[in-house]
Design a protein around this ligand. Structure first.
Ligand code: NIG
Ligand code: FE
Length: 416
């Protein structure tokens, strides 16, 4: 007799996101669906009618009734700056009064002010802040999150941040994918000699981060006021030599050839892309670079220009959505809010924003074989949502629909 650890049944819509299911929604939907979990992995997914024949001996407490609800893979936040201290509500107010993000940075605000606050904070203080943010993310349905360093900008402070992430990875139920973003901006003490900071990054920081296995990806803020195309390329190629996979903050505030560079270095993802050129998008499609779009930043910075999301999809680029959680340009832990914004601002369809926060987000971090869909053998990361159909998730916005979060087969969040 087959013994499973947990069965969820009677789901009005079970969204498997499996590529084998070809039906109208594009979400691998099974109506009146059920999932069986064994040893933290998906053991079976199908129609509830089949459950009693297949699994006759399920004991009480090992079943969850999802009648009238939607069951889907756990959400994946593919771009966050999780670890930082301080806050910048003063800049928020300045922007409302007409200053731009760049003007604020030039006046000594922006990333550098968060760097100061983060350098002053201890490991333990950052750990508490990070844990609170992860708790909020979990309640919104997030089961995996990419997490960037980048508010330390010295060997010691970047290592401190990455170690905080490691400690959170070991103690929180959200799975973290760590990224080294030492190339977030040139710190104050190197502003007169940026070449020395690039050397510090490539000769000391990247080797040390790789040696201690504290990051899986290396990211660069490729932008007029941050790092040039040449500098970005050098940093990403050095990262690659040390086993760190490339990602890029590309074409966020101005057109700069970032999308093209992402294709050239075969980045796993190019992120932001508000100003990406048609040629850059074409090259991303050709090389299979995932686009990670960040509507929270477009919204929070009142951007006039949005990334060409529909063109990307038409050209065959996998489009993901993420929060960009950070104190300057997107102060939010809510991935469901990004889904609504993806629809209203970028004109993605509800089914596309669900793909964007599950399977495409998994692809942006090379995790598509493990997470992002409910297929046999994959990690059992899933959500039970108190909504009547999947369109409700972006449609009924700004409220919480998550009833259960299950991570690797265990219930890690339950709203009573
Ligand atoms: O992704 N673009 C660079 N980094 C962040 C903003 C960081 C900050 O303002 O603190 C972003 O938008
Ligand atoms: Fe970012």
């Amino acid at each position: 007799m087959i013994e499973v650890d947990l069965i969820i049944k009677n789901a009005r819509e079970l969204l498997t996101l499996s590529s084998c299911f070809r039906e109208d929604s594009g979400l691998g939907m099974i109506q009146n669906g059920a999932v069986a979990i064994q040893k933290g992995r998906i053991f079976w997914a199908g129609r509830t009618e089949e459950v009693s024949g297949k699994f006759p001996s399920i004991r009480d407490g090992r079943e969850i009734d999802a009648t009238a609800k939607v069951v889907m893979p756990g959400l994946i936040d593919a771009h966050t700056h999780l670890i930082f201290a301080g806050s910048r509500e003063n800049e928020f107010e300045q922007r409302i009064q007409g200053l731009s993000y760049q003007e604020i940075a030039q006046r000594g605000g922006g990333i550098l002010s968060t760097v100061e606050a983060t350098r002053r904070s201890s490991f333990d203080e950052l750990l508490v802040l990070g844990r609170r943010r992860l708790d909020r993310m979990l309640s919104k349905g997030v089961t995996t999150a990419e997490s960037k360093s980048g508010y330390g900008l010295s060997l010691q402070d970047e290592m401190k941040i990455l170690r905080v992430m490691k400690a959170l990875q070991e103690s929180h139920s959200i799975e973290l994918v760590p990224t080294f973003l030492g190339a977030h901006t040139v710190p104050k003490e190197f502003r007169e000699d940026r070449a020395r900071y690039i050397s510090l990054l490539t000769e000391e920081m990247i080797p040390e981060v790789a040696q201690e296995r504290l990051a899986e990806f290396c990211d660069v803020f490729c932008e007029e006021k941050a790092f040039t195309l040449e500098e970005s390329k050098k940093i990403l190629e050095t990262g690659r030599r040390y086993g760190l996979k490339p990602k890029i903050h590309a074409d966020q505030l101005s057109p700069g050839g970032g999308a093209e560079l992402a294709a050239e270095v075969r980045a796993y993802s190019a992120d932001h892309l508000d100003f990406a050129s048609p040629e850059g998008v074409r090259k991303m499609a050709e090389k299979g670079v995932t686009a990670v779009l960040l509507p929270g930043a477009s919204f929070f910075l009142s951007m006039q220009k949005y990334p060409p999301a529909r063109d990307m999809i038409e050209q065959g680029v996998a489009v993901s959505l993420a929060t960009d959680l950070n104190p300057g340009s997107s102060m939010t832990e809510s991935l469901p809010m990004m889904m609504t914004m993806g629809c209203t601002m970028y004109k993605l369809l509800p089914r596309e924003v669900i793909q964007a926060t599950t399977i495409h987000a998994a692809r942006s971090m090379g995790r598509e074989k493990e997470i992002g869909s409910l297929e046999v053998g994959k990690q059992a990361d899933l959500l039970i949502l108190d909504i009547p159909n999947y369109r409700y998730l972006p449609y009924h916005f700004g409220v919480d629909h998550v009833e259960y979060v299950i991570k690797k087969g265990k219930i890690v969040y339950h709203r009573q």
